[in-house]
Design a protein around this ligand. Structure first.
Ligand code: BV8
Ligand code: ZN
Length: 247
C-alpha cells in the first residue's frame, strides 16, 4: 500500500466519518478465487459477459445462457469471503451510518456477515420465472435440467440484472439516498466501466463526500478520488483498518 499517500488528515477523515457508503466490484472477490469480468480469466468459451448477460441472448438461447450461469454458480459455491469482505463487515459495525452497494452477484458480502447490502445487479443465487415473476433462492449446483422451468410452465432465469435492463427501482432509490448523504465513500475493486454504477462515485463526490479508491491498478475514476490506494483489496483493507483504528 502506498503508505505515503495516507496523511494524518486522511486518517481522521476515515475515522471520524458519520455516514459511509462502500461500492464494490468483482475485484473484491478476486482473492476469493472468483474470475473478474475484465481480467484475463473473464472470458467463458470465447464469450464476453456483455454478450451473454442480456435478455436477447436468453431469448435466443436460454440453455447457453444457463450453461454459463451454472458454470459460474459451480465456481462461486466453492469460494469463501476473503479478508477484504470481513473488513467491510467490521466497518459496518464501526460507522454510525453504513451502506454497502455491490455490483457483485456472488453473495460473498452476505456470507461475510455484512447486513445493509444493496445488490444493484441482483444475485446469482436467485431465480425468477419470466411468466409468473415468482423469485426464489436456489443453491442447487448443478442446477439440474437446463433451462430450468417454473411450476407454471414458464422459463426460469437468473435473478440478476442484464445489460439493457434497468436496475431494480427500490434498490436504485436507496442507493441514491445513501450517496446523497454520505461523507465518505470507499470504491473497491471496480473498473468503473458499467453504468449507472460507474457514476455513483461522481455523484457522491459532487455531494461533498471524501472518496477513497482501492484497486490493484488505476481506473478512469482515479483522477477524481481524494485518496487512491493501489494494491490487492485483501491486503490493503486489513492494513487500512489497523491504521484507522489501531485494530
Ligand atoms: C441500464 C449482472 C438503463 C449480470 C452486470 C453505452 C455507453 C454507456 C452505457 C451504456 C452504453 N450502452 C448501454 C449502456 C448501459 C450498460 C453499460 O454500462 N454497458 C457497458 C458495457 C458500456 N448498462 C446497462 O445496461 C445497465 N442498465 O443502463 O439500464 C438502460 C436500459 C436500456 C438501455 C440503456 C440503458 C445494467 C448493467 C448491469 C449489467 N449486469 N452484472 C451478471 O453478473 O451476469 S454488470 C457486471 O459487469 C458486474 O455486475 C459489474 O457491474 C461489471 C463488471 O465490472 P467490475 O465489477 O468492476 O469488474 P471488472 O472485471 O470490470 O473490473 C475488476 C476491477 O477490479 C478492475 O479494475 C481490477 O483492476 C480490479 N481488481 C482485480 N483484482 C483486484 C482488484 N482490485 C483490488 N484487489 C484485487 N485483488
Ligand atoms: Zn412461473
Amino acid at each position: 500500500m502506498n503508505e505515503s499517500s495516507i496523511t494524518g488528515d486522511s486518517i481522521s477523515k476515515l475515522r471520524d466519518a458519520k455516514s459511509v457508503v462502500i461500492l464494490t466490484g468483482a475485484g473484491i472477490s478476486a482473492e476469493s478465487g472468483i474470475p473478474t469480468f475484465r481480467g484475463e480469466d473473464g472470458l467463458w468459451k470465447k464469450y464476453r459477459a456483455e454478450e451473454l448477460a442480456t435478455p436477447w441472448a436468453f431469448e435466443r438461447d436460454p440453455a447457453l445462457v444457463w450453461e454459463w450461469y451454472d458454470w459460474r454458480r459451480g465456481i462461486i459455491h466453492t469460494k469463501k469471503p476473503n479478508p477484504a469482505h470481513y473488513v467491510v463487515t467490521n466497518m459496518e459495525n464501526r460507522y454510525p451510518k453504513f451502506t454497502l452497494v455491490t455490483q457483485n452477484v456472488d453473495g460473498l458480502h452476505k456470507a461475510s456477515g455484512t447486513k445493509n447490502i444493496l445488490e444493484v445487479h441482483g444475485c446469482i443465487w436467485n431465480i425468477r420465472c419470466i411468466k409468473c415473476n415468482t423469485e426464489t433462492e436456489n443453491y442447487d449446483v448443478p442446477i439440474g435440467k437446463i433451462p430450468p422451468v417454473c411450476e407454471c410452465g414458464g422459463l426460469l432465469r437468473p435473478g440478476v440484472v442484464w445489460f439493457g435492463e434497468s436496475l431494480p427501482s427500490e434498490v436504485l432509490t436507496k442507493t441514491m439516498k445513501a450517496l446523497e448523504v454520505c461523507d465518505l465513500l470507499f470504491v473497491i475493486g471496480t473498473s468503473a466501466y458499467v453504468q449507472p454504477a460507474a457514476s455513483f462515485p461522481i455523484m457522491a463526490k459532487q455531494n461533498g463526500a471524501f472518496v477513497v479508491e482501492i484497486n490493484k491498478e488505476k481506473t478512469p475514476l482515479s483522477e477524481y478520488v481524494d485518496l487512491q490506494l493501489t494494491g490487492p483489496a485483501g491486503v490493503i483493507l486489513p492494513e487500512l483498518e489497523r491504521k484507522i483504528w489501531k485494530a
